[in-house]
Design a protein around this ligand. Structure first.
Ligand code: KIV
Ligand code: ZN
Length: 394
């Protein structure tokens, strides 16, 4: 059996940090139910100590969602960790995710703490979290800009305290795929007790590299958990898009050799739900979940797809929850696609001459309008019916 890649969804925590994407408890519950239906391994339900509303949302999700591990974020301090544990108590399985920055920049300018203080506090936080659960994740915030020796020291320390997941955030989206993969690999090789933890990636998309960085770290760095969000929602430019990494690992199983538990047929429903709730539209050309992701407009492509789908499709639209691929009829479409759509619409052409005439009318219209709707197509065919006194029929 292949090794497993853990999918950790943080739409309800990092995703909610998108300016303008805040959600009510009820909305979060609806998304959490869909994530469970999609069989996500871990749901980061929120940041329990950040507000009463978030506490209640984490608690409600922990009470209801039973098939995924429920997680809450917590800063590396006593109050945050106890609030997280309290909110998570009703869950059947829960994780506390605690974090502390390790880059010189963050330690000096933001935390105003020395490296030794950060080291001690990180260990203390994990020790406390372990008093509530065996499932503790630690993130050295801004890891990709941290000093390697110090990062190794802190991570060795928190693993010794019992952290079972080490998440390595590229907090500001600064990393490049080869460097990020090498960082994960080096951490795993240099930290003496690294085999006691699962290494996880958490990438931001400031340079549009979140998905590439995450996948490189899985393939070449040995990471076995990806943190991601639906539609790539998240702080600033967003996080790694769940739908993209899941479909990459499934479609290119030959390359990754890993299994994911996610039921991909629920992906489009999850994307549309998150878009509806946050009011963030999904761009039409967005991979996997964009309206055009499985639409074919070029005549050459349409002809190919109608003959054999895999000429221009590497995934099946149905596998991610679309009803089917879409042949978009416009000025680039050919006769085969035109005829096929008319047949789907129940319009049969009695002769080649009729088909040719209708196709000419279609081309003339398509020159004026980018996309020819199904209604317009039927009207085109009926025009011929009037001229030829009933030779085309529905
Ligand atoms: O981007 C980041 O560093 C985070 C951590 C809290 C994991 O979101
Ligand atoms: Zn983040």
């Amino acid at each position: 059996m292949a090794e497993k890649l853990i999918i950790f969804d943080t739409t309800l925590r990092d995703g909610e940090q998108s300016p303008g994407a805040s959600m009510t408890r009820e909305e979060k519950l609806r998304i959490a139910r869909q994530l469970e239906r999609m069989r996500v391994d871990v749901i980061e339900a929120g940041f329990a100590a950040s507000s009463e509303g978030d506490f209640q949302a984490v608690r409600a999700i922990a009470s209801e969602v039973k098939d995924s591990t429920i997680c809450s974020l917590a800063r590396a301090n006593e109050r945050d960790i106890s609030r997280a544990a309290e909110a998570l108590r009703p869950a059947s399985r829960f994780r506390i995710h605690t974090f502390l920055a390790t880059s010189a920049l963050h330690m000096e300018k933001k935390l105003r703490m020395s490296p030794d203080q950060v080291y001690e506090q990180a260990r203390r936080a994990v020790r406390q979290a372990r008093s509530f659960t065996d499932d503790v994740e630690f993130s050295p915030e801004d890891a990709s800009r941290s000093d390697m020796d110090f990062l190794c020291r802190v991570l060795e320390g928190v693993i010794a305290e019992g952290a079972s997941t080490i998440n390595v955030p590229d907090t500001v989206g600064y990393a490049m795929p080869d460097g990020y993969a090498a960082l994960i690999r080096e951490l795993r090789e240099r930290i003496p007790n690294s085999d006691r933890a699962v290494f996880s990636v958490h990438c931001h998309d400031d340079l549009g590299l979140a998905v590439a960085n995450s996948l490189a770290a899985v393939k070449s760095g040995g990471a076995r958990q990806i943190e991601c969000t639906i539609n790539g929602l998240g702080e600033r430019a967003g996080n790694t898009a769940l739908e993209e990494v899941v479909m990459a690992v499934k479609t290119r199983r030959d390359h990754f050799g890993l299994d994911v538990r996610v039921d991909t047929s629920q992906i489009v429903a999850a994307s549309q739900l998150v878009s509806e709730i946050t009011g963030f539209a999904v761009q039409p050309n967005k991979a996997v979940v964009g309206a055009n992701a499985f639409a074919h407009a070029s005549g050459i492509h349409q002809d190919g797809v109608l003959k054999a789908r895999d000429t221009y499709e590497i995934m099946r639209a149905e596998d991610v929850g679309w009803s089917a691929n879409k042949i978009v009829l416009g000025k680039l479409s050919g006769r085969t696609a035109f005829k096929q759509r008319l047949r789907e619409l129940g319009v049969m052409m009695d002769s080649d001459a009729e088909l040719n005439a209708a196709f000419a009318r279609f081309k003339a219209l398509a020159d004026r309008e980018a996309i020819v709707s199904d209604g317009a197509l039927v009207a085109l065919a009926r025009q011929g019916e009037a001229v030829n006194s009933g030779s085309a029929h529905l």
